[in-house]
Design a binder for this molecule. Structure first.
Ligand code: SF4
Length: 381
């Protein structure tokens, strides 16, 4: 069933052909790592198995299992219900209900609630997320505040933050270099703690006291952040601790473990290699607009090429119009005259860790159509 839903023969063939597809004037270069990661593969597999194993029981997901609308729609079509669609459903759960926890995990509060209702729980939390939790727990138990490089609204970061509190620790979530600068300034110079906390009011543990809680810090990341940015943020925070406390004290006051998952890193490395090694005119990045790792792939591409982050193949409206979400924007826009009309055209393609291969295959088919090249029908099945 999984193969039927998400597999693509054309993608397999392109992989076997050195990740390159040629038809007429069009060349498509696929990144060497893209699409479903091990954690997503497993989570989706568990969801299908759950539906099959409990045919007579109501099966719920707490929310999106992964950040891809097509996959979530397929699960809905199989009769799996989403607690996020119905706020009262959580209160009505009972021992006969089955609840699937998503790949990015759930908060401690949510887990306790579900356990309290006596539901059967199918936990698909990815091992790489559990690894972050392990580090955060260690920080909490050692008296270190977890500084989490992540998106405070993202389910994974919320779950990770709740782990810090579970073990008696504190956390502060920083999104980017701008927020890191504010934290570094406070570490170096101190100041008005109340004013400092204003932008972090939703991003810090209850009762966070900047004077007390920034004295010993440990770095963790949401697993899907931009690797290079996470490393820079860790280095900047370390430098601030050195300035404040001096180098000899830093080993005792600062800890950092890279918790970007290997799948995220592999996809980022592969797209960097593609941009470096192939003569790409345009990059297309396929994945849900709320998919953190897909957004970061688009960010890498946009630094050097015209880049279009599309949610699915239907976004390729015509050779003259494409719907996409620009990097850093929250809304989808339509751009016209996006496809260069030059004779030979080289397009780079990658997709996020929650994007199934069939969407990549369909995107390739659409591109051949828009470029008016005619591959053998057989090739694009
Ligand atoms: S992106 Fe990484 S952490 Fe998230 S599910 Fe995939 S492998 Fe696991």
């Amino acid at each position: 069933m999984l193969a039927e839903s998400y597999h693509s023969t054309v993608v397999d063939r392109i992989k076997a052909n050195d990740f390159t597809y040629r038809a007429g004037r069009l060349t498509i270069h696929l990144a060497h790592e893209f699409g479903f990661c091990y954690g997503v593969d497993r989570a989706v597999d568990y969801a299908y198995q759950t539906r099959k194993r409990f045919p007579d029981r109501t099966v719920f997901l707490t929310g999106e299992i992964i950040h891809n609308p097509h996959v979530n729609e397929k699960l809905r079509a199989m009769g799996i219900r989403f607690l996020s669609d119905d706020t009262d459903a959580l209160a009505r759960l009972g021992p006969n209900d089955v609840v699937i926890l998503p790949a990015f995990g759930v908060t401690v509060a949510m887990l306790e609630q579900l356990e309290g209702h006596g539901c059967t729980l199918i936990d698909t939390t990815c091992g790489s997320v559990l690894n972050v939790w392990k580090n955060v727990r260690r920080y909490a138990e050692g008296g270190y505040t977890s500084i989490i490089h992540g998106k405070v609204w993202h389910e994974e970061t919320q779950a990770t933050a709740s782990q810090a509190v579970r073990y008696g620790g504190r956390y502060l979530v920083v999104l980017d270099h701008g927020e890191t600068s504010q934290v570094c300034d406070y570490i170096r110079h101190g100041g008005d703690g109340v004013a400092f906390m204003k932008p972090f009011v939703l991003a810090a543990s209850p009762g966070f006291d900047a004077d007390r809680d920034l004295q010993h810090i440990g770095l963790a990341n949401q697993t899907t952040m931009l690797m290079s940015e996470s490393l820079e943020i860790a280095e900047r925070l370390r430098a601030a601790m050195v300035d404040r406390y001096g180098e000899p004290q830093v080993a005792e006051r600062f800890q950092a473990f890279d918790t970007i998952c290997s799948a995220t890193q592999d996809r980022q490395d592969a797209v960097v290699a593609l941009l470096r090694d192939k003569p790409v005119d345009v990059m297309i990045v396929i994945g849900g607009y709320n998919s953190s790792n897909t957004c970061n792939l688009a960010r890498i591409c946009a630094a050097s090429r015209p880049t279009f982050h599309i949610a699915d193949p239907d976004c390729l409206v015509s050779a003259g119009a494409i719907r996409h979400r620009p990097v850093g924007s929250k809304a989808e826009v339509t751009t016209t005259d996006w496809l260069p009309a030059r004779h030979a055209l080289s397009i780079g393609l990658t997709s996020g860790a929650s994007t199934p291969d069939n969407l990549v295959g369909a995107t390739i088919a659409k591109l051949t159509e828009l470029c008016e090249v005619r591959p053998e029908k057989e090739e694009l099945r």
